[in-house]
Design a protein around this ligand. Structure first.
Ligand code: 6R9
Length: 658
């Protein structure tokens, strides 16, 4: 991408925070000034949210950039901070997790229950020879044992590497090998789409390729038949019989906490390494600030899978370090019916809901009448994460879920950043649909051109982070050079310019006339049409603003005249007629609609009406595969695709010229 991104869309709607929420908000406007005046002092204050066994001597050691150390000399135990201290403070009977299985079975887990289970799991892992610094792979469905296993690792100073349940043998075995995991924690299976879905056979095959794995701990969830090998141990015969007390040891603030793999667009997955003191500080503070968490009254629900960083920071470490009560749901949103999410919100009186644009757009496709049937009056705040949220999806979320009462926090961050970086503060920020608004207090995000110069208001370019932040990744596991090359060599000192180290996030962004930030998708996806840099996000948002469209993905395909041409894959809303001529008319109408909304340069060359889009397990559209389709190539790596049948549907539509 060259210097600027075209600035195509203009959004003028604004929503101030509701007055009662603003009046009682956890974080108010002066936080920005305080952090701007003394960033390290600000983070030192936030670190006091945690319980430290030994105080730190230095807030940030940046003497060897880009390798950061936060809270050096400090010692703490992450699991103690997430569990024990709440029990010690008299909140043992408070519900930590309202768990809802897909078939409708439930479990209620208090902080005391959690302490018992985490202690037992820690004792078992220790008996199995796992000690501080070792790696444990976790391949589980969305059951409470996933959180227990993660916390048990943290408690003994071992690192977890959570792999999405449902990833293939290849994906699992390469991750186990890369981290040299000693133990794998899995289950017989989990429930998805109304039936048991096996996990153990995948683990068996993966472990056969990974001789370094010494033990496999298996949770019984579905009761389905499993093959049994000599490394296998049942969770209920080990963990559930282990001693129920365990003394947490304090570890250094830079003790590694976990590795989480991100696939990236090319090359082998990157093992993103997070450590303890800084990570937990930011996970904890951002949960408190962005979700305005009120421990007495809130019921939080993050719909992410624990296999995604969102599940790490906002199901496990953020909520639990704050002593929150939350909902955890095992299954899919349309099992057994399309109102399942809203039924759960009503049942547990959820107050704060955190979900992804992909789900919001899916709900739009299913129709407004579905959420309308449920009592959603408990909700007071809504969050979004994972992709840019199109303004129309934002408006739909606000009207149909938030009933025009609830502020929306659109939170930008990455596996690499560990915690939320750019987001409105719900009691402070006047929000605009589709904008993540401003960096949080203590975070210095910027939009720059090719030469790392900040673009003025109204300009577009690359999103960068100018100062280290507590929950930043520390490196790529086993590959410091790749860490430097990927994130630190595009701008600033790492690129041989000046002394300032600048983190390149890989996202395009623009800053509007008021200084608000708009994320425009990955820079690898930016399209170059007749010399204009056009973001996929803006064209997708224009398509989604048409009343017949629920979801859209746009790619640039090689074109003999324009260099690249815009090809759009569009999912119509549920009730729209797409047969024969009606479909042709809709396509023409959509092309004209985009041209009218953004200008003729953004008019798609081709629009395909499709039933689904290829997505990762965390709901991100895999544009790379759509580009393969648009350019009629065979498909690249599909190992992180959620549902491989989707590509057959799309490719066959392409061949039939639809
Ligand atoms: C938390 C998470 C990171 C990438 C990131 C960006 C996209 C995430 C976003 C967003 C626009 C938001 N992204 N949140 N884009 N607005 N609110 O998603 O981590 O899976 O590592 O993905 O996701 O492109 O660079 P991860």
């Amino acid at each position: 991408m060259s210097e600027t991104l075209e600035n195509l869309s203009s959004e003028t709607r604004k929503f101030p925070p509701p007055a009662p929420l603003a009046a009682a908000a956890n974080v108010t406007a002066p936080a920005y000034d305080q952090a701007a005046a003394d960033r390290l002092g600000f983070w030192a204050e936030q670190a006091q949210r945690l319980s430290w066994a030994e105080p730190w001597t230095q807030v940030l050691d940046w003497s060897n950039p880009p390798f950061a150390k936060w809270f050096t000399g400090g010692k703490l135990n992450v699991a103690y901070n997430c569990v024990d201290r709440h029990v010690e403070a008299g909140h043992g009977d408070k519900v930590a997790i309202h768990w809802e299985g897909e078939p409708g079975d439930t479990r209620t887990i208090t902080y005391s229950d959690l302490l018992t289970s985490v202690s037992q799991a820690a004792n078992t892992l220790t008996e199995l020879g796992v000690s501080a610094g070792d790696r444990v792979a976790i391949y589980l469905p969305m059951i409470p044992e996933a959180a227990v296993a993660m916390l048990a690792c943290a408690r003994i100073g071992a690192m977890h590497s959570v792999v999405f349940g449902g990833f293939s043998v290849d994906a699992l075995s390469t991750r186990i090998t890369d981290a040299s995991a000693k133990v794998v924690i899995t289950a017989d299976g989990g429930y998805r789409r109304g039936k048991p879905s096996a996990l153990k056979p995948t683990v068996d095959e993966a472990v056969a390729r990974c001789p370094g794995v010494e033990h496999v701990l298996v949770v019984r969830r579905t009761g389905q038949e499993v093959a049994w090998g000599e490394k296998d141990l049942w969770w209920h015969e080990t963990v559930e019989r282990a001693a129920t007390t365990h003394k947490p040891e304090a570890f250094d603030a830079e003790q590694p906490l976990y590795i989480l793999y991100t696939s990236g667009t090319t090359g082998k997955p990157k093992g993103i390494l997070h450590t303890t003191g800084g990570y937990l500080t930011q996970a904890s503070y951002t949960f408190h600030a962005v979700f305005d968490h009120k421990p007495e009254s809130d019921v939080f629900w993050c719909t992410a899978d624990v296999g995604w960083v969102t599940g790490h920071s906002y199901i496990v470490y953020g909520p639990l370090s704050n002593g929150a009560t939350q909902v955890m749901y095992e299954g899919t949103p349309d099992t057994p019916h399309k109102g399942r999410f809203w039924e759960i919100v009503d049942k547990y009186r959820v107050t704060v809901l955190y979900t992804a644009p992909t789900l919001i757009r899916t709900m739009m496709k299913w129709g407004d009448d579905i959420p309308a049937k449920y009592d959603l009056s408990s909700l007071r705040l809504l969050g979004s994460v994972g992709e840019p949220i199109n303004p129309e999806a934002w408006m739909w979320y606000r009207a149909n879920v938030g009933r025009d009462r609830c502020p929306i926090v659109d939170t930008w961050w990455q596996t690499e950043t560990g915690g939320i970086m750019i987001s409105p503060l719900p009691g402070v920020t006047e929000t605009k649909p589709g904008s993540a608004m401003t960096p949080l207090p203590g975070i210095s995000a910027d939009v720059v051109d090719d030469t790392a110069t900040s673009v003025p208001n109204g300009g577009g370019g690359f999103l960068v982070l100018r100062e280290p932040w507590p929950s930043m990744l520390r490196t790529i596991w086993g590959d410091d050079q790749r860490f430097i090359d990927t994130y630190w060599s595009r701008f600033g000192a790492g690129a041989g310019h000046g002394d300032e180290w600048v983190y390149f996030a890989g996202d395009g962004a623009k800053r509007d006339e008021d200084g608000a930030l708009w994320l425009l998708g990955r820079v690898d996806d930016v399209m170059l049409v007749s010399g204009h840099n056009i973001s996929t996000t803006e064209v997708e948002s224009a398509l989604v603003s048409h009343p017949s469209v629920a979801e859209a993905a746009v790619v640039g395909a090689t074109d003999p005249t324009t260099g690249q041409a815009i090809v759009a894959f569009t999912i119509p809303r549920g009730n729209v007629d797409t047969e024969g001529e009606a479909g042709e008319r809709l396509i023409q109408d959509l092309r004209n609609h985009v041209a009218r909304t953004l200008g003729p340069i953004a008019k798609p060359r081709q629009i395909m009406l499709v039933p689904e889009l290829p997505k990762t397990r965390s709901g991100k559209i895999m544009r790379r595969l759509l580009r393969d389709v648009a350019e009629r190539r065979s498909l690249g790596d599909v190992t992180t695709l959620q549902d491989s049948a989707v590509m057959d549907l799309i490719s066959s539509g392409m061949k039939s010229g639809k």
